[in-house]
Design a protein around this ligand. Structure first.
Ligand code: NAD
Ligand code: MG
Length: 384
């Protein structure tokens, strides 16, 4: 492979560090241009020592000062704020930008990468959830390619190789069901933060781990699939598959179904986005179906996990509804993580926020920024 240049937005997070893990295994193929983070500058300084990027961008000013104290010998640029993140994202030297920030904070920097026409590895699903129409239009206008990093969407991308979208009947997105898959409704009220953070199959950042426990993550993935592959919401189904071996499926118009499988590891979809359309060698544990023995499937329970229903409804309503759901969810999840509200108040806060906001049909970036800010304010004020 010819040497390529990579920038990582959110290099200190779960996806960011696993991206660097993949890079480390094939270091000769890559030049790291920018690494960016919010505040975790100790980790960032370690990454700079190891991967020698051209420069870094740090969201918070105080964290930038701390980074300069930690690494006075670093002579590259140390950018700051959202402008700094956007400058790194838009750098014309980038061949690929890994969008691995969490939440709505990724929208503007990811858009900067897209407007520069780069290949974007998209882990930051909230960007598509909140601003899918704007993002996909910008990708078309600027010739940018969006490659799925989420394991389900990477699975769909792999199933679609050599196929025509016109021949697809539906997507079936698999979900592990999270830590509370089998918990009765009356116990959900009392689950602790620690318990919600213990995902059975995946080790991920805190926010997505809670989204997996409520099934909002799956709702967001339905939205992500709708935008990435331009498919109607009614042709995207979700099935619970607790073993997380099948990462998703595509059913074709003749009833033939392709599934992409493997042991759960984000290294595989991350590397696939980096080497697309090729598969490259990767030293990961291999799947042994005889040892696994049984794969099981069940329908999601929308009574116990209303977030999935809310996400489908918001996607059907279109306009700013998905953006409201995302913003209210971010606030509700952080209130839960801070120990201020019970688990079951997360969907309640989202629904109340939706009912108090005006629906807007057509959304520009400025509408989306305004909707996000207002929905956050409302969601933060709702008694739970
Ligand atoms: P994380 O919390 O571990 O990391 C987030 C990264 O973004 C960190 O580097 C942090 O410094 C940076 N960041 C956070 N807020 C920021 C801000 N305001 N400004 C600038 N930088 C900021 O999150 P994660 O689990 O790596 O998830 C990242 C994204 O990938 C999410 O959208 C998530 O849904 C998606 N995703 C994650 C996984 C996984 O296995 N972790 C799998 C699929 C999709
Ligand atoms: Mg996923």
């Amino acid at each position: 492979m010819t040497r390529r240049t990579l920038t990582i937005l959110g290099s200190t997070g779960s996806i960011g560090t696993q991206t660097l893990d993949v890079i480390q295994r094939s270091a000769d193929d890559w030049t790291i241009k920018w690494l960016t983070c919010n505040t975790r500058v100790e980790e960032l300084a370690d990454q700079v020592r190891q991967f020698r990027p051209h420069g870094v961008a740090i969201r918070e000013e105080w964290a930038r000062s701390r980074f300069l104290e930690l690494l006075p010998e670093f002579t590259g640029p140390v950018l700051c704020g959202e402008e700094g993140l956007c400058e790194a994202a838009a750098d014309t030297d980038n061949d690929i930008v890994m969008s691995a920030m969490v939440g709505f904070s990724g929208v503007v920097p990811t858009l900067a990468a897209i407007r520069s026409g780069h290949v974007v590895g998209l882990a930051n699903k909230e960007t598509l959830v909140s601003a899918g129409g704007v993002i996909m239009a910008a990708a078309r206008d600027h010739g940018a390619t969006l490659l799925a990093v989420d394991s389900e969407h990477s699975a769909i991308l792999q199933c679609l190789c050599g196929e025509q979208l016109a021949d697809v009947e539906r997507f079936v997105i698999t979900a592990s069901g999270g830590p509370f898959r089998a918990l009765p409704q009356d116990e959900l009220q009392h689950v602790t933060v620690d318990r919600a953070l213990r995902h059975p199959n995946w080790s991920m950042g805190r926010k997505i781990t809670i989204d997996s426990a409520t099934l909002m993550n799956k709702g967001f993935e339905v939205m992500e699939a709708r935008w990435l592959f331009d498919i109607d919401v009614d042709r995207i189904d979700v099935v619970i598959h607790p073993q997380s071996i099948i990462h998703s499926m595509v059913e074709f118009v003749d009833g033939s179904v392709k599934a992409q499988m493997g042991l759960p590891s984000m290294l595989v979809p991350i590397q696939y986005a980096l080497t697309y359309p090729r598969h490259a060698p990767l030293d990961t544990p291999r799947m042994n179906l005889a040892e696994i023995g049984t794969l099981t499937f069940e329908s999601p329970d929308l009574e116990r996990f209303p977030c999935l229903r809310i996400a489908y409804e918001a996607l059907r309503a279109e306009g700013n509804s998905p953006c409201i759901v995302n913003a209210a969810n971010e606030i509700a999840v952080s209130r839960f993580l801070d120990g201020h509200i019970p688990f079951t108040s997360i969907p309640a806060i989202i629904e109340k926020t939706l009912s108090r906001m005006n629906h807007v049909d057509e959304t520009s970036l400025s509408d989306i920024l305004a909707t996000d800010a207002e929905a956050r304010r409302i969601a933060a004020d709702i008694d739970a």
